[in-house]
Design a protein around this ligand. Structure first.
Ligand SMILES: Nc1ncnc2c1ncn2[C@@H]1O[C@H](COP(=O)(O)OP(=O)(O)O)[C@@H](O)[C@H]1O
Ligand SMILES: [Mg+2]
Length: 418
């Protein structure tokens, strides 16, 4: 869209914040308090584009469930430093640690938090599934070192592994899972399969085990292909891979089995996905993909958290009237005129922003009328301590009635009168 056209659209939105025509469908309310306190809810997975508030939402939902009396663990992937500190996650130890909740939160249950250490999780799998000597061999292998710390998808896969481990212990009433900041939110669902395909991939076996029958019967074309690969990757790397594959041989079946088990776990009753987005086109587009994908995979979607919205303090005064009033005040002049006009302009801008955000939210709901929505207004600053999380938990799970500003929490602006 050209800038001029964009300006016209914005201007139109300002003049007609509630355009005539068919009203946008009202989104269903997303009852997160009910969701996280229901004894049948055992796993909640928060997913969405990067930077939208997945980690914060995960921690806040876990806190709300703990306050309601449940024993909860939140598996965070990449908590911001200050949030990690406030949760007591000062070092990566790959095990849950109890969070000291202040009395003011009235917690009756327990909140535990952990930060995923992807390499440690991978190492633990190796230790659990091989002899000590073999594990040593694998750990020393440069290819393993690269794979366990940087292979695209390893983090996603390990998050799923860890989820499987946590769920197996049956220690937790509820596990809340944060997802990695993938380039695409979908990586998370694909990881278990991609990883197991990679690890027990026939091609790798053929490429790296020249003594095996597979290679001997391979066609001339394949031999040529593998020489090229060898040239590109380098002989040493191929030998590393070869040794790695040989050492890991006994674990292949295990990887696929666990990947399948975790995938099934995600589809079991008791697991719910919460998609998080901000009221921005890119984030909502990603949320849309995710909603469709979950539905294709028959994974249970609880709803959408529309995070960091900007509801205006009052909707009694439209953007147009506020702008008009600002001009009148300035024309009249006198003491305080500038200040009053400034306040009116700020209000006009907030109304325009809220209108834009509501428009995006309506568009999402038109495309996915079945998806329940909860909006969470932007807090004044970052959410980086327990107080901030408490506020976030309230905004997520408090009653979805009218807020003091008259804006129901599932809308940014009040619903249109019909
Ligand atoms: N409702 C909110 N109000 C204000 N800041 C928020 C809110 N939700 C998240 N944030 C901030 O936004 C940043 C990104 O949030 P985070 O949860 O780390 O996103 P993600 O895990 O999706 O990448 C953090 O600095 C966090 O404190
Ligand atoms: Mg995060």
């Amino acid at each position: 869209m050209s800038q001029a056209a964009d300006a016209t659209t914005t201007e139109r939105a300002r003049r007609h914040p509630r355009p005539a025509g068919p009203p946008a469908p009202e989104a269903l309310p997303l009852e997160l308090a009910e969701l996280v306190t229901d004894p049948d809810t055992r796993i909640v997975v928060c997913c969405g584009a990067g930077g939208v508030g997945k980690t914060t939402t995960s921690a806040a939902l876990a806190m709300a469930a703990a306050e309601a009396g449940r024993t909860v663990v939140v598996l965070t992937i990449d908590p911001a430093r200050r949030l990690a500190q406030s949760l007591g996650l000062v070092e990566l130890d790959n095990e849950p640690r109890r969070v000291d909740l202040p009395d003011s939160t009235g917690a009756r249950g327990e909140l535990h938090a952990m930060m995923l250490d992807m390499k440690r999780t991978f190492d633990d799998i190796v230790v659990a599934h091989s002899t000590p000597e073999r594990a040593e061999q694998i750990f020393e292998n440069p290819f393993y070192q690269t794979l366990s710390s940087s292979f695209a998808g390893t983090q996603e896969y390990m998050a799923m592994e860890k989820l499987g481990q946590l769920r197996a212990g049956d220690r937790w009433d509820l596990i809340v899972v944060d997802t990695p900041p993938s380039r695409s939110a979908l990586d998370f669902l694909d990881a278990p399969n991609r990883m197991s395909r990679f690890l027990d991939g026939t091609m790798i076996r053929l490429l790296t085990a020249p003594s095996r029958t597979g290679f001997r019967i391979a066609s001339a074309g394949f031999v040529f292909f593998s020489r090229i690969i060898s040239k590109i990757l380098g002989g040493q790397l191929l030998r590393d891979i070869s040794a790695f594959v040989a050492a890991l041989d006994t674990m292949f079946g295990g990887f696929r089995e666990r990947a399948t088990a975790t995938y099934e776990l995600l589809r079991r009753p008791g697991t719910w996905f919460v998609v998080v987005a901000t009221p921005e086109p890119d984030a909502l587009r990603e949320a849309s993909y995710f909603v469709d994908r979950l539905s294709t995979e028959q994974m249970p979607l609880a709803g959408l958290v529309l995070n960091r919205t900007h509801p205006p303090t009052t909707t009694a005064l439209s953007a147009t009237r506020a702008d008009g009033a600002a001009e009148e005040v300035l024309e009249a002049g006198g003491e305080g005129a500038e200040l009053a006009a400034g306040a009116l302009r700020v209000h006009a801008e907030r109304m325009a922003l809220a209108t834009r955000e509501q428009h995006l939210a309506d568009r999402f709901t038109s495309a996915h009328p079945e998806v329940a929505v909860r909006t969470v207004p932007a807090a004044a600053g970052d959410v980086h301590d327990l107080d901030g999380l408490r506020g976030m938990a309230d905004a997520l799970t408090g009653p979805d009635g009218d807020t003091p500003t008259g804006v129901p929490r599932r809308r940014i602006l009040p619903a249109r009168r019909r």
